[in-house]
Structure formats: structure tokens, C-alpha cells
Design a protein around this ligand. Structure first.
Ligand code: F6P
Length: 321
């Protein structure tokens, strides 16, 4: 049996440890691993190579993905998927492991419906927005990148009398912003999932400033599109000079944390073990739920929107009003 791995969509820290473990574990299980470069685009173009230990040596600590990624539009078209299938046949590849988000899983699900190539999806996105799993690979590293940037921004804001607005990624999901606001000790947290009341926040912050507060940290999720408005509100209504920092793609890079390395290794072990089962003939996602790994269908992953747990949103109540 031969299994190939590919990474798709937004890259994240943890993908390289996953790729390394995939190759090592396949050799350990006496099967031939393959690497598909450039995600689904590389699958279409036949950028597929037999993997050797040397291909993955020394990548455990590196961010990003050594086999690169893409957001493929061509894969939506049947003819390109057929081309991709022929490439797999040519290399004798039977099964796939894909690291990515739900869009990538949907794409492979369609591929499975077309050509019956079994696969296991591993949730990998800094957004932590995949329904059915409590954790997506890359989130811990992204949170630590945000923590490091926020700590630094706080230092400079506190040296003046300033507000700082820090915009985090996450697409429509406020998870990164919420956890960062809680753990960085922000005063304001603006995420799509939580209604906020600027009037009452303004009153509270003005009071605190009267009593000696010298700086204000506001963390804003990109999905709210409120960064500029919050800067304006801090300057004009709260009355504090303010700077904004959009953390952008810094959140996607960086050396994977211990947590992401371990999660990568666990996810991949479960994925490969599942694919090695001769009776396994479908497409599933390996998820981490209530501290356990399990498999769920693509339909299940797509059946709902990810929701941040209430116990976390409750911790932000003092930052929204
Ligand atoms: O899905 C991961 C993510 O980093 C989002 O948080 C962000 O909105 C988007 O990808 C950015 O995409 P790109 O790298 O294509 O600009």
C-alpha cells in the first residue's frame, strides 16, 4: 500500500512535524510514503514524489509546510480532478492524508465520490473554526505568536499614555482574538460571536483612566471588520491616543510549540492507522474532542458551524461592556 500526504489551504505551524512523522511512521509500518507538493494544485499537476527520510530531516522545529500549500480553484472542476486521479494511479498511491480546513476536506470528499480514493483529513488551521473538533493544528503556535506580539505592544503603550488595537486573524471566527484577549489581559475584546456595548465600555475605561490607568489594550478579530472603528472610538470617545497593529501573517509562521508538535504526531498516527485498515474505504476527519481522538464523517464536519464554548466567552464579559 502507498499513502500520500498533502497540505492545503492556509499553512500553519505543526504541518512540518506532521509531515515528518507521516514519513517516519509509514516507514516504520513498512509502507511507502509519498509527498504531494503545492496542495491540490500539485495533485492536479502531478507534483508527487516518493518520500525518503532525507526529505523530512530537520523540519520538526520549522513553521509553515515544507511541501507547500495552495488554495486550488481548479480542483472544483471534474476534468482537473480526473487528471489528479490519473496522477495518483500512475504513482500507485491508494490513500491520502490531507491537512487543511473544511474547504479542503469538502474538495477531497468530492474526489472520493468521483474516484473512491479513501482519505483521512487532519484539521489544520490557525482559525480553530472546524465543527466537530475542539482543536485544530497550528492554533497553539498562533496564540503564542499573538501573545508575544501583544506583550511587546503593551510595553510600548504603557511607556506612553496610549491605547493599542491589535487585530488578529481567524476569518469569521473569534477564537484567536478571544483567547488572546483573556490571556494577554486586554481591556477590550471585539469578536463576531459576542455583542459589545461601547457606551458602557467607554464609561468604565474613562473612570479607570481618572484613577490612573495609562494604557488600554483592545484585541479585535479580523472578522468583525471593526479595527478602524475601535481606533476612532478610543481616540474620540474614550479620549486616548491610539495606535493599531494588524498582526496579519506573523500569526501563521513561527516554530511549532510543543503542543502543536505533539498534536501533529498524534493526529498523523491516528490517520495512518486508520488508512492501514484494509476495510477502510471512505473519507473521514480525525478530530480531537473532549480530550480524545475520534473519526467523524465529512458530512458531520459540514453539518454545522463551529461555536466557541460558553465557558470561554463568559471569561470575556468584562471586556465587552
Ligand atoms: O484560514 C487561515 C487564514 O490565515 C485566516 O485567518 C485569514 O483570514 C486567511 O487565512 C488569510 O488568507 P491568505 O493567506 O490567503 O491571505
Amino acid at each position: 500500500m502507498s499513502i500520500a500526504i498533502l497540505t492545503s489551504g492556509g499553512d500553519c505551524a505543526g504541518m512540518n512535524p506532521a509531515i515528518k512523522h507521516f514519513v517516519d511512521y509509514c516507514f516504520y509500518k513498512n509502507i511507502q510514503p509519498y509527498l504531494i507538493y503545492d496542495g491540490l494544485e500539485g495533485l492536479i499537476d502531478g507534483d508527487i514524489k516518493k518520500a525518503f527520510h532525507a526529505d523530512v530531516a530537520g523540519i520538526m522545529h520549522e513553521g509553515g509546510t515544507k511541501i507547500r500549500s495552495s488554495r486550488s480553484k481548479r480542483f472544483f472542476e471534474y476534468d482537473y480532478r480526473e487528471q489528479a486521479y490519473n496522477n495518483l494511479k500512475e504513482h500507485g498511491i491508494d490513500k491520502l492524508v490531507i491537512l487543511g480546513g473544511d474547504g479542503s476536506f469538502r474538495a477531497l470528499d468530492q474526489f472520493y465520490k468521483d474516484f473512491s480514493v479513501p482519505f483521512v483529513g487532519i484539521p489544520a488551521t490557525i482559525d480553530n473554526d472546524i465543527f466537530g473538533t475542539d482543536y485544530c493544528l497550528g492554533v497553539d503556535t498562533a496564540l503564542n505568536m499573538i501573545r508575544s506580539a501583544s506583550d511587546a505592544i503593551r510595553d510600548t503603550s504603557a511607556s506612553f499614555k496610549r491605547g493599542c488595537v491589535i487585530e488578529t486573524m481567524g476569518r469569521d471566527c473569534g477564537y484567536l482574538a478571544l483567547v488572546s484577549a483573556i490571556t494577554c489581559g486586554a481591556e477590550v475584546c471585539i469578536i463576531p460571536e459576542l455583542p459589545y456595548n461601547l457606551k458602557s465600555l467607554e464609561k468604565k475605561l474613562k473612570n479607570q483612566m481618572k484613577n490612573g490607568r495609562r494604557y488600554i489594550v483592545a484585541i479585535v478579530a479580523e472578522g468583525t471588520k471593526q479595527t478602524k472603528n475601535i481606533v476612532k472610538w478610543l481616540e474620540e470617545d474614550v479620549g486616548i491616543e491610539t495606535r493599531a497593529t494588524i498582526l496579519g501573517h506573523t500569526q501563521r509562521g513561527g516554530n511549532p510549540t510543543v503542543h502543536d508538535r505533539l498534536m501533529a504526531i498524534e493526529f498523523v498516527t491516528y490517520a495512518v492507522d486508520q488508512l492501514l485498515n484494509n476495510d477502510f474505504k471512505e473519507g473521514v476527519v480525525v478530530v480531537y474532542k473532549a480530550s480524545k481522538f475520534e473519526f467523524v464523517s465529512i458530512d458531520y464536519v459540514n453539518s454545522n458551524r463551529y461555536q466557541i464554548k460558553n465557558h470561554l466567552t463568559n471569561l470575556a464579559k468584562n471586556m465587552i461592556a
